[in-house]
Design a binder for this molecule. Structure first.
Ligand SMILES: [Zn+2]
Ligand SMILES: [Zn+2]
Ligand SMILES: [Zn+2]
Length: 150
């Protein structure tokens, strides 16, 4: 996927925005492109660093809020309590995020990974309870850091 042309990546981002009835704007496209390029979830300070002056802080804040509300991005807190953002799966409903994957936070590099291949089992609840979202957070050492040790 890395060698894909910029064109198709942009098209994909535009399609995602239209699907959620959002206007295609440069800041929205920029945020999507940064987040979709990274293997790990991206924090707001990191986004600010990468985007530089092209997207100001207030705009970035708004873009992230809209994306979260629309079910495009979901928020995960890292070990320092900083919010990081990752793309939602295609089926994520608006307002209720039901990510069915495990979040892994590395205690060494503080990266947050969406482990999409690890699915969360169905949770049995007592009668009268309705589950809308389940989250599992795992903490440990990521593959990147493990390989540095050896
Ligand atoms: Zn979501
Ligand atoms: Zn790590
Ligand atoms: Zn996730």
């Amino acid at each position: 996927m890395q060698s894909r042309s910029l064109g198709s990546k942009r098209e994909k981002a535009e399609r995602l925005l239209r699907k959620h009835n959002l206007k295609v704007t440069v800041p929205r496209l920029s945020v999507l492109s940064v987040i979709s390029e990274k293997e790990t979830a991206t924090s707001q300070p990191d986004l600010e660093k990468v985007l530089g002056k092209s997207v100001d802080r207030v705009t970035l804040y708004r873009v992230l809020n809209v994306f979260e509300e629309k079910g495009i991005l979901h928020k995960i807190f890292d070990l320092h309590g900083t919010a990081t953002y990752a793309l939602c799966s295609e089926e994520c409903p608006e307002h209720i995020h039901s990510e069915d994957h495990v979040h892994f936070t590395c205690s060494k590099c503080n990266s947050v990974y969406c482990l999409n291949e690890v699915t969360i089992p169905t949770i049995e609840t007592p009668i009268g309870f309705r589950v809308d979202a389940v989250g599992i957070n795992a903490v440990g050492i990521c593959a990147q850091c493990q390989s540095k040790v050896n």
